[in-house]
Write a protein that binds this ligand. Structure first.
Ligand SMILES: [Mg+2]
Ligand SMILES: [Zn+2]
Length: 191
């Protein structure tokens, strides 16, 4: 049976946005990240990171470093009851100087490729799931994949939505988003 998930943008949503994260000592979880993830796990959600990492295509970091960052996040969550079940990242950029990353891919948000891949590989149901991110492209990605979509204001983006795009909720941060998701899924399960 397909299960519900919360798809999470990484930079500006789980961790502080600091331009291109290129050193592990610049990795800072928001103060509420551990508690928010713990609540999601307790409620039975699979937690999946969905992140664009064009810094790879730009040659600023390599894929090994992306894995190191995710390993470091896992290390900081160890023993807390919070967990990320799987990480997906897009290393591509159409104007990359590095040939293998220079492509019009299906995974770069706002395209829904990473969420679709996660749903196939982890047997997740998009209709019961949510995408949470700090940019409108995160909302667009969730919409395209058929999930709910919550915008959080914990990153730098302050612009209004692109024409025709709407978030299910606009909240200050991941903790507020998780509260909203838990109330919402409680309502639909007792309907
Ligand atoms: Mg972000
Ligand atoms: Zn890609």
């Amino acid at each position: 049976m397909s299960t519900p998930a919360v798809f999470l943008d990484r930079d500006g949503t789980l961790v502080e946005e600091c331009g291109y994260l290129d050193r592990l000592d610049r990795l800072t979880l928001f103060p509420w990240t551990v508690d928010a993830l713990r609540l999601l796990k307790r409620a039975g959600f699979t937690t999946v990171v969905i992140t664009n990492q064009a810094a790879v295509a730009r040659g600023i970091i390599d894929e090994t470093f992306v894995h190191s960052v995710h390993g470091e996040i896992d290390r900081r969550l160890e023993g807390t009851g919070a967990r990320i079940d799987r990480y997906y990242y897009c290393p591509h950029f159409t104007e990359s100087k590095i040939e293998r990353y220079r492509q019009e891919c299906r995974c770069r948000k706002p395209a829904p490729g990473m969420i679709e891949q996660a749903c196939r590989e982890l047997d997740l149901d998009p209709a019961q799931s949510f995408m949470v991110g700090d940019r409108w492209l995160d909302v667009a990605c969730g919409r395209a994949a058929g999930t709910g979509a919550v915008l959080v204001r914990s990153g730098p983006e302050r612009s209004g939505p692109p024409e025709g795009l709407r978030a299910d909720a606009i909240l200050n941060n991941l903790m507020e988003a998780v509260g909203w998701i838990l109330r919402r899924s409680l309502r639909s399960s007792t309907r």
